[in-house]
Structures are given as structure tokens and as C-alpha cells.
Write a protein of this length. Structure first.
Length: 387
């Protein structure tokens, strides 16, 4: 679902009178390095095109100009990780002051309504990212703590709270700017690598809301058209799904899953009948999942010879990231499957998954015994069943 939104912006607005189509970007880089170049790159479908560059003067100032006929997304860039995404319109005259190493968070910026809105969002998102990133430090500090499982549960709760906070802010931001192209960019922001603020399943109505508004205002816009196509694809996928099943109830039979392995073989969940199975939903981008994986390895090593199996389903976006996660966490001993469709995976509505990690322990007949067992809880339950 989540795609690059490096797209050329087209609008149907017609500019009358003598308003200039030249957009200007000028500013001062504080604490810059001598010989620094600043680049302007235009965003096209699936690619960036460098259209201008200028060396920053000895006093830190720079100026770039670009003739425009339509609102267009650009990157003002120093390095691959140090850039500011801008929404420029004909006649915009940006004046900005920023530190050399943080273009995304200028000290001041004016002269472009769209870019000002994007900076506003960036600042709030940065605060959420900082809070989210502290969780890993807490985890590392507690690696040898005998209460680590409880710490992980607390971290999971904190992570979800932080994600909920920025999710709510983003929805309000979209509501305030529903007629602007910045609302489309807001749909695809991340609080951590591959951890998106907006969930295409839980927040589908916002994707539809943005699609409806921008399709009306920018019917020929390539980015808007791409979103519209994605919405149509999601609607078709939902219609093709079987009726909802209550997968969470203990004693119910786990709905069938039939997905490919990294090697391309299709393995059904029902093929594991005869074993006690942990059905685990995870992803390589999910920090709490990665922290729980060592516990799965331990449980598998203890009980695999006694009839225990793991059927692990990934919600990864790419096959490469999925395979790397398996290798890095040494998970290769059990069954791995995925359709590599992130939150658009067929398993999400089937099991009503709202967050990961999520797991179900199944008996030898494929019926659910328990759910969301973590750390020692899983080992204790397996001991009751298999010892």
C-alpha cells in the first residue's frame, strides 16, 4: 500500500494577471561548512531529478530560482539524509534560516504556504520520533534484568501510546488541510523505519477522505491518481475477503492461512495439524516483534522435539527486509510465510489484527488454546501441554 510519493504535481488552477511564475528559495545556513553545495531536486514518479545547485556563500547565504506553472514538490538537499521537502507554487518566495545539519527543521521559514505546513508537521513528528527512539535505550539498559518480559510489555504499551498520539495529531492535521496536497504527504509519514503513523486498514476512512477531496481539486495530478488507484485496489481486496471470523476466541478453530515461503512454496496453516503450533504475526520493521524473537527461539529449542512448531507470518513490505529479519534473528528453523503486503496482507482482516506482535497458540487440531503469550508465559504454557 505504502508507495514512494516522489511525483510530479499537476493542478487545474489557472493563474491570471501578472503574478510571476518564478519561485525563489533563499536563506542562510548557520554553522555551514566551507564549500557546501545545496541542491534542488524535483520529485517525479519513482525518481528524483536534480534541477539546480548552488554553492553556499562564505556568510552562509544561498539563493535558487525555479520557473513553475503548477504546484510542485521539491527536495532542498545537502546530503541524502539531510533535506527539506517543499511544496512550491508559482510566485512563492521562500526565505529561511536553518542550521547546516537540519534542513528538515528550519529555525524560520516563510513565503510558501505549502512548505510552511510541511515544516509544521515535521516539527511535531520529530518530537514523536524522539520519544519513540528512547524505548530502544530502555530495552538495552534492561537486557540483563530478570524482569525483562515485564519491561517489554511496558515498552510495548508506551510505543503504542506514542503512535496513537501522533496518529491523532496527523488525523487532525489532515482535517485542517484536507484541500491541500500536504494532506496526501501526511498519509505516508513514519515514526520509525517502516513504522507508519497511519494504518491503511484502521485509518482507511482518512485515505478515502483525502482521495475524495484531492481527486476533486486535482483530477489530473499523478500522485492523487496513484492514491485513487490504491483505494480502488483496497476496496476490491476487502470485497474478495471471506466473511469475518472470530479468530480470537479460545476454543475456536484458527482460520486457514495459505501463503508462500521465502523460497516460493505455499504452506497452509492446516498442514501443521498434529503439532502444538504458535501462530505468530510479526514484521522485521516491528521493534517489539524483534525483541520477542529471542524468546521464540528459546521456546522452539526447548520444545520442538516434543511436538511444538512455529508458523510465523510476516507483515513486511519487501521480501528483502523479511528475509534479512529472519536471518538476523536466527529464525530459520521454523515455518515462515508472507504475501509481503504490509497492512494490506490477507491475514489482517482475517484475524482482525490491529497491532503486532500478535500470536495464537493452537492445539494439535488447530484450535486456539491461548493468545499473546510472551516470554516466560509461552514457555510455561508449553510446559503444561508438552512436559
Amino acid at each position: 500500500m505504502i508507495k514512494k510519493f516522489c511525483l510530479f504535481i499537476i493542478t487545474s488552477v489557472i493563474f491570471f494577471g501578472c503574478k510571476s511564475n518564478m519561485a525563489e528559495i533563499s536563506g542562510t545556513l548557520m554553522k555551514h561548512q566551507p564549500g557546501t553545495y545545496i541542491y534542488l531536486e524535483e520529485l517525479f514518479p519513482e525518481q528524483l531529478k536534480r534541477v539546480d545547485s548552488v554553492m553556499v556563500t562564505s556568510d552562509g547565504t544561498f539563493k535558487l530560482e525555479r520557473e513553475l506553472s503548477n504546484p510542485t514538490f521539491y527536495l532542498l538537499k545537502i546530503t541524502e539524509s539531510n533535506f527539506l521537502t517543499m511544496l512550491l507554487e508559482p510566485g512563492d518566495k521562500i526565505i529561511m534560516n536553518t542550521y547546516y545539519d537540519s534542513l528538515s527543521y528550519p529555525v524560520s521559514l516563510k513565503g510558501s504556504a505549502g512548505t510552511e505546513l510541511m515544516v509544521e508537521y515535521n516539527i511535531t513528528l520529530r518530537g514523536a520520533i524522539k520519544k519513540f527512539s528512547t524505548l530502544n535505550s530502555i530495552y538495552m539498559d534492561n537486557m540483563n534484568n530478570p524482569e525483562l518480559p515485564k519491561v517489554i510489555e511496558s515498552l510495548d504499551s508506551m510505543a503504542q501510546n506514542y503512535l496513537n498520539e501522533i496518529n491523532i495529531y496527523t488525523k487532525n492535521y489532515i482535517d485542517r488541510n484536507i484541500t491541500s496536497l500536504v494532506s496526501l504527504v501526511a498519509l505516508y509519514q513514519q515514526i520509525a523505519p517502516n513504522v507508519y503513523v497511519m494504518n491503511p486498514n484502521k485509518d482507511l476512512k482518512y485515505f478515502i477522505k483525502v482521495d475524495s477531496s484531492l481527486s476533486k481539486n486535482y483530477p489530473d495530478n499523478a500522485l492523487v491518481s496513484s492514491l485513487h488507484d490504491q483505494i480502488q485496489e483496497m476496496a476490491a481486496s476487502i470485497e474478495s475477503q471471506p466473511a469475518e471470523t472470530d479468530a480470537a476466541g479460545a476454543g475456536s478453530e484458527a482460520p486457514e492461512i495459505s501463503l508462500p515461503t521465502p523460497e516460493g512454496d505455499t504452506i497452509r496453516l492446516s498442514s501443521t495439524r498434529g503439532s502444538v503450533v504458535l501462530l505468530d504475526f510479526w514484521a522485521s520493521w516491528c521493534l517489539p516483534c524483534r525483541k520477542e524473537n529471542p524468546n521464540l527461539v528459546k521456546a522452539y529449542n526447548l520444545y520442538s522435539k516434543k511436538g511444538f512448531q512455529i508458523y510465523q507470518v510476516s507483515l513486511d513490505k519487501t521480501k528483502e527486509a523479511w528475509i534479512k529479519g529472519i536471518k538476523d534473528d536466527q529464525l530459520g528453523k521454523w515455518i515462515h510465510v508472507s504475501d509481503v503486503r504490509y497492512w494490506n496482507s490477507v491475514v489482517v482482516p482475517l484475524y482482525k489484527i490491529e497491532s503486532i506482535p500478535t500470536n495464537y497458540l493452537l492445539d494439535k487440531n488447530g484450535r486456539i488454546i491461548a493468545s499473546n503469550l510472551r516470554g516466560e508465559q509461552l514457555e510455561k504454557k508449553l510446559s503444561e501441554i508438552l512436559d
